[in-house]
Design a protein around this ligand. Structure first.
Ligand code: GEK
Length: 254
């Protein structure tokens, strides 16, 4: 295992996700509450193909784009895996990192474990809706599987705000679950994603209950919809740099 991923797995909680292992009579919508925060590292690694790879690459990209005395934003930071990856790689002096999430449960745990790290880069944890956040003097921003939880009608203004608060030459990493325009390809990739979850130990019951709980909360869009929105906001270079099944990541450079 690469050193960074090894460190992240060792530092974060090792609790196994079995939230949907037994039948739920009344399935409520998925929420980032304390129960989810407690098992989050296990849940995301077993559910999102390529997650650990993307986290490692976010650190490498942040190192390239961070400029002296600028701000870096991890938007929807959960337990701070991307923040930690960036903190391990960024060398530009005077950088301040902002870990932003609207789940108190996530942010509390993330602050606890980022505090245990010895680093010259300060991290400010902010409990806020990223659609309401002020972004300024930004050299690098991360939306790693977060925009998909923002209501569709708030996504354009959220991306616009990031663009407006970014310095020229800065970059945004946007990772998302996708829906494919071609229905046959979409079914193929959705099924392979479920195979990926089965291969990681989730039962058919867990997969179907999680799917039901999350379908009104996580609203995926096509790759083209993301590319169009980033381009309309003003980013001059927009490119998809990663995909595994129906999970992808984009880079947008101002
Ligand atoms: C990682 N980026 O480990 N404002 C702020 N936070 C939000 C909002 C919002 N409006 N909506 C959702 N969130 C992380 C993984 S998880 C992805 C991101 C997943 C937060 C939510 O509380 C959760 O912590 C995160 O976005 C999404 O690299 O679970 O699939």
């Amino acid at each position: 295992m690469p050193l960074l991923i090894l460190q992240l797995s060792e530092t974060m909680s090792q609790e196994t996700d079995n939230i949907y292992a037994s039948p739920h009579q009344n399935l409520s919508d998925f929420r980032f509450d304390d129960q989810v925060a407690a098992v989050f590292p296990d849940m995301i690694k077993r559910s999102v193909p390529g997650y650990s790879h993307i986290i490692g690459c976010i650190g490498i990209l942040a190192e390239r784009y961070a400029t002296n005395n600028s701000n870096i934003y991890d938007l929807g930071s959960s337990l701070g895996a991307a923040t930690m990856s960036m903190r391990h790689r960024v060398t530009a002096p005077g950088v301040i990192m902002y870990a932003v999430d609207n789940s108190e449960a996530m942010l509390q745990r993330s602050a606890d474990f980022l505090d245990t790290e010895d680093s010259p880069i300060p991290v400010k944890s902010i409990c806020a809706d990223i659609a309401e956040l002020t972004i300024k003097n930004c050299s690098f921003a991360v939306l790693n599987f977060t925009l998909q939880f923002i209501p569709l009608d708030k996504r354009a203004e959220t991306i616009q705000k990031i663009y407006d608060g970014m310095n020229p030459g800065g970059a945004l990493i946007l990772s998302e679950k996708l829906t494919m325009e071609d229905p046959a390809l979409n079914n193929l990739l959705v099924d392979r994603h479920h195979d990926f979850k089965r291969a990681n130990g989730y039962s058919d019951l867990e997969i179907s209950q999680k799917r039901q709980a999350i379908e009104r909360v996580l609203l995926p869009e096509t790759a083209q919809a993301h590319i169009d929105r980033l381009t309309e906001a003003g980013f001059s270079t927009v490119s998809q740099w990663f995909q595994s099944f129906n999970f992808a990541s984009f880079i947008a450079i101002k």
